[in-house]
Design a protein around this ligand. Structure first.
Ligand code: ADP
Ligand code: ASP
Ligand code: MG
Length: 418
């Protein structure tokens, strides 16, 4: 069994959906499980629905629902005949969403987020599944929320591996093509959860692990894993081969081409991961295995944006010791702030954290009563793996360097942009 994952960029329009079908025809899909994300940037569009709903802004809410609805309608208009059942299915899904918005009583933002944003994947998979069936690539659409089971930590749910593996093994018919939603899952109470932004790669990793897949292929708009994000850096190069460990390191430091949680499960079972371009079937892409450390062996650049550099010292000039550090980390955990770099001195403790869930202000309000805290928002954290002297120069030129940490393989520099 092979797992193929198609992300938002690959199905951003009707041509993209047709291209997915073309890839399946070329590569052979008979024993495939397909993991599909929301179309294009639809997850962001559904986030707008969440925000206007929570802010009680009726006008923006209608506007944002219309936007997502028109987006999908335009795609199906280009894929199906006028009287196709897909029109009804899409209407039903939007009907469910509107009913949820009308009947819901909860004010829990993260819960609402997952219940609403998940429609991106429900819509995309319904459309792609029906299109593939239409052109005789027969497939079973499966509701992944009944199969990948998580805890109820909305927006950042953790997988209940035992339950998930049991359900995947019993509910997936491996003799047929199965099509599931990435990113979304369900808790044991039947609520929808999500695995964190960009989590569809992880969904594919979960299926690969539980089904002992022969390979996992992630189809991207780039040739494969490059030595830097081409949106941020010039003259990037394709890494033809890399080890699981190197890929985990790169993803962990923020190389957003693969979700960091994807690799561990497939590494455990030595399942090869292939990252290929959906735009160029002639390129073999990147192969992630244990076979080679990294080929070619070159410096790799990663940038994490929207970071906050927090410096914490005690109110009474005493040292920051283990007990304080333990308290501070409890708060990072409580507010789901992901720590990306730590620098410790006798009287102060500096940490660079992600603020992608916008929980930093809540954290600050609590910690400021216990410690002296200063922070710089909106800094960039650059990581260079396998750096050389030359490779760091360009980064120092980008702004003021606030912290730098250099060890054998990895240099990390926090830059406040000019
Ligand atoms: P998906 O369609 O699966 O959601 P993403 O857009 O999330 O795909 O991921 C692909 C993008 O990741 C690329 O377009 C590229 O800009 C970015 N990227 C970041 N780091 C790297 C890297 N090291 N190699 C390749 N692409 C990278
Ligand atoms: N659609 C989700 C997102 O944009 C998950 C994914 O694409 O991986 O975050
Ligand atoms: Mg993505």
């Amino acid at each position: 069994m092979k797992i193929f994952k198609f992300g938002g960029a690959s199905i951003k329009d009707a041509l993209g959906v047709k291209n997915v079908a073309h890839i399946l025809q070329q590569e052979g899909a008979s024993n495939c499980l397909l993991v599909i994300s929301a179309m294009g940037k639809m997850t962001n569009a559904f986030e707008n629905i969440v925000n206007s709903y929570v802010n009680n802004d009726q006008e923006k809410l209608t506007e944002s629902i219309d936007f997502t609805s028109n987006f999908h309608l335009k795609i199906i208009n280009n894929l199906f005949a006028e009287n196709h059942v897909i029109y009804q299915k899409i209407t039903v899904l939007f009907g469910q969403l509107v009913r949820f918005l009308t009947q819901n009583k909860s004010r829990n933002y993260d819960y609402l987020y997952d219940q609403i944003v998940s429609y991106g994947e429900l819509l995309s998979t319904t459309i792609v599944s029906d299109y593939l069936n239409e052109i005789k690539i027969y497939n079973n659409w499966v509701d992944v929320r009944e199969i990948i089971i998580t805890d109820a930590i909305f927006r950042d749910a953790s997988v209940n591996w035992g339950e998930t593996e049991k359900r995947i093994k019993t509910k997936i018919d491996t003799s047929k093509i199965t099509l599931v939603q990435g990113f979304i899952a369900g808790d044991l109470n039947g609520n929808t959860t999500t695995l964190g932004r960009e989590g569809s790669d992880f969904t594919a990793g979960i299926f690969a692990f539980c089904l002992d897949a022969e390979s996992l292929t992630i189809w991207k708009d780039v040739l494969g894993v490059l030595n830097a994000d081409p949106r941020e850096f010039k003259d990037t190069q394709l890494l033809e081969q890399i080890s699981y460990e190197e890929t985990i390191e790169m993803a962990f430091y923020g190389a957003s081409v693969i979700h960091p949680k994807t690799i561990k499960p497939i590494q455990n079972k030595k399942i090869p991961l292939i990252v290929r371009s959906f735009k160029n079937l002639n390129s073999q892409g990147t192969k992630v295995t244990n076979e080679a450390d990294m080929y070619p062996h070159i410096a790799c650049y990663i940038v994490k944006k929207n970071q906050v550099l927090v410096s914490i010292s005690s109110l009474d000039f005493s040292f920051i010791v283990e007990e304080n550090i333990s308290d501070i980390f409890k708060l990072f955990h409580k507010y789901q702030l992901k720590v990306n770099l730590i620098q410790n001195s006798a009287i102060s403790f500096s940490v660079c954290v992600d603020n992608n869930l916008n929980h930093f202000d809540l954290f600050y309000n609590e910690i400021k009563n216990m410690y002296k805290v200063s922070f710089v928002k909106n800094v960039d954290l650059f990581t260079v793996r396998h750096f050389t002297e030359n490779s760091l120069e360009g980064i120092y030129k980008l702004g003021t360097s606030l912290v730098s940490q250099i060890n054998k393989n990895t240099a990390q520099i926090i830059i406040q942009k000019k």
